[in-house]
Design a protein around this ligand. Structure first.
Ligand SMILES: [Fe+2]
Ligand SMILES: [Fe+2]
Length: 545
């Protein structure tokens, strides 16, 4: 529609009005976009298509800061394309509005390849509304997808899902990176549940371990687009998103490929962000900033990224934001805590603050930096991965009396029903598909916690070894030793002030090589909402710190 209207300059008021009428007919009147096609000349609009041009691939959707009104659609192309754009519409009326996409590129340090990505941002969408779209460029067939915007406030319930540590479904290049069939099977398993969105809790495709990192990313997105083109897959950056040589902290690929809510950071856009969906504020963090573990190291990149040493490439990035991420987190938590319309604060991050497996282990840096803030502002739920299994805690707040390891203190012993106004529930959901799931023999016996307390000597050339210890684990409520692959779904039941809201959590697990993801575990998180003003998220707290 917008295509055929082509205008050589900005439209006058009358033209804008007629455009609005046309959009109204298409049911799109409330849709406006920051990157409109208005400035394109008619000659350009009508020019012959470029036969055989590469088309969109790796299409995926993200929410903006307000899931009820903002969505971004992103994709890639194997070469620069002409007039990348998105057509938006409703299922009933077809594609009515056209939005120009922004091109962003990066050059992979290992191979010298330039990657072309495209991002169309949509604003002022209707809440709780199903949209259809197609993305295209000159000379290529469109690729279509759908999404639903988030509900406004407490208007209705919805479902979301989470897992991390997926990798890819088949080997690429020399096969150095992890892959399993389960990395493929998990996508339709998630899609079958029709979640509103998915929280990808880090370690996406492990491109930092691959000899062909661009191919690894392509495989990852081509695998996930079956779901991610139809619902936002909201990521956080894990230690394997640190591709040393790609930007100062290795995140340039991650930052370029995703279009994530603005975090007001000039340097670290996308590394952390927040969005609101219904009565939930989701905060996505990058824990490599505060973790002690040396998790981004890759011997292959050290040996093969040109000029690794002379460029000063360094995969150990502890402290890289100099407190900027912490300031963001504290600001976001404070805002969410004060917001009348927010009933749940959920953090999506990668490395964990508790684990009972001798795999990586939990990281003391998270306990030192994040947990006091989670306590202070009453975070309800943390979803994480990094440990390649499923485990969950009781609500925790404060630390065990006298604990030098800052061992979190459980607030309750009921593993089926939990009141998150008493503490934060932590979940490890790291069974997305990596070829090395946590071996059963790694689970501590009888059932202690495992904690990284420091790292040994190292350098950009040599990975710092983790130094770990064990601790009592009264916080551990449940762990799955049978099905290392899996994901969790979260059914959100909002309530009005004065009522009780809940999230029912279900863990689906599968064995290696099996596409059957069966229900393995379920529990309910509940909290009572105050009748007036900001509800008291910290009611009943018993901080023992
Ligand atoms: Fe992982
Ligand atoms: Fe990890």
């Amino acid at each position: 529609m917008e295509d055929s209207q082509g205008a050589g300059q900005d439209k006058g008021a009358g033209q804008e009005l007629s455009r609005r009428r046309a959009l109204t007919a298409a049911g799109l009147v409330a849709v406006a976009v920051p990157l409109a096609t208005r400035r394109q000349a008619p000659a350009l609009v009508r020019r012959a298509e470029i036969a055989g041009a590469p088309g969109p691939e790796q299409v995926h959707v993200q929410f903006g800061a307000d899931a009820a009104s903002q969505v971004a659609v992103s994709w890639a192309a194997p070469a620069a394309v002409s007039r990348p754009r998105l057509r938006l519409g409703r299922a009933s009326s077809g594609h009515g509005l056209e939005v120009r996409a922004e091109e962003r590129t990066y050059t992979e340090a290992l191979t010298g390849e330039t990657v072309f990505t495209y991002h169309a941002r949509l604003d002022r969408l209707h809440p709780d509304t199903h949209y259809v779209y197609e993305v295209l460029n000159d000379g290529a067939a469109p690729v279509s997808g759908t999404f639903r915007t988030g509900p406004r406030g407490r208007s209705r319930g919805f479902r979301f899902t989470s897992f991390g540590d997926q990798a890819i479904p088949a080997p690429v290049g020399l096969g150095l990176g992890p892959w399993t069939a389960n990395a493929g099977f998990i996508v339709p398993a998630v899609e079958r549940l029709d979640p509103l969105f998915h929280l990808f809790n880090g370690d996406l495709c492990y491109a930092n371990l691959s000899d062909v990192p661009v191919e690894t990313w392509t495989s990852f997105f081509e695998n996930n687009t079956r779901s991610a083109a139809n619902r936002p897959w909201m990521p956080c950056a894990g230690n394997h998103e640190n591709e040393v040589g790609n930007g100062p902290q290795g995140y340039l690929s991650y930052q370029t490929r995703f279009e994530l809510p603005d975090n007001s950071s000039a340097e670290f856009g996308g590394n952390w962000y927040a969005f609101t969906v219904g009565p939930i504020r989701v905060i996505s963090l990058n824990n490599d900033d505060i973790c002690l573990q040396d998790g981004g190291f890759s011997g292959f990149r050290r040996d093969n990224v040109p000029n690794y040493a002379s460029n000063g490439d360094n995969p150990y990035i502890n402290g890289y934001s100099s407190g900027e991420q912490r300031q963001f987190l504290e600001r976001e938590l404070d805002r969410a805590r004060r917001a009348d319309e927010i009933d749940w604060i959920i953090v999506c991050m990668h490395q964990v603050s508790m684990s009972s497996a001798h795999f990586n282990g939990a990281d003391l840096g998270i306990r030192q930096n994040w947990l006091p803030l989670f306590d202070q502002y009453g975070v309800d739920l943390v979803v994480a991965g990094h440990e390649h299994h499923f485990e969950r805690t009781f609500p925790v707040r404060g630390t065990l009396p006298g604990s030098t390891l800052l061992t979190p203190a459980p607030q309750g012993t009921n593993r089926h029903e939990m009141d998150t106004s008493t503490g934060t529930v932590h979940m490890i959901i790291g069974g997305g598909g990596h070829s090395t799931p946590t071996p059963v023999t790694d689970f501590d016996k009888p059932h202690d916690g495992v904690l990284i307390t420091s790292v040994g000597p190292g350098s950009p050339q040599t990975q710092r070894p983790s130094i770990t210890t064990t601790e009592p684990a009264p916080w551990s409520a449940y762990r799955d030793l049978k099905t290392p692959y899996g994901f969790a779904s979260f059914d959100v039941a909002p309530a009005e002030p004065g009522g009780t809201t809940s999230i029912t959590v279900t863990h689906y697990g599968a064995e290696l090589g099996s596409p059957l993801y069966t229900r393995r575990d379920q529990f309910v998180m509940r909290k009572s909402l105050g009748r007036q003003g900001p509800h008291d998220r910290l009611a009943g707290s018993a901080v023992t710190r």
